[in-house]
Design a protein around this ligand. Structure first.
Ligand SMILES: [Zn+2]
Length: 72
């Protein structure tokens, strides 16, 4: 398959390439931490990640994709 975001080949049956997949795992883990501290929805969280200037490019691209496609 090809990565849904950048079109790079993916090794397994993944929707994302290695870089975007690891960004996804990091994003999910960070969200679980945030949820413990505050009441925040996934969509709100994604928006904050996108707006945060410290967010890395891989993560930002992924967050925009997830938000636009309404994916978790
Ligand atoms: Zn990718």
């Amino acid at each position: 398959m090809n990565c849904l975001i950048c079109g790079a080949n993916t090794n397994e049956r993944s929707d994302y390439c290695e870089n975007h997949l690891s960004a996804y795992i990091n994003l999910k883990e960070a969200y679980n931490e945030w949820k413990k501290a505050m009441d925040i929805t996934w969509q709100e969280y994604l928006k904050r990640v996108i707006e945060n200037e410290n967010t890395g490019e891989w993560v930002r691209e992924l967050a925009i994709h997830l938000l636009n496609e309404n994916l978790e």
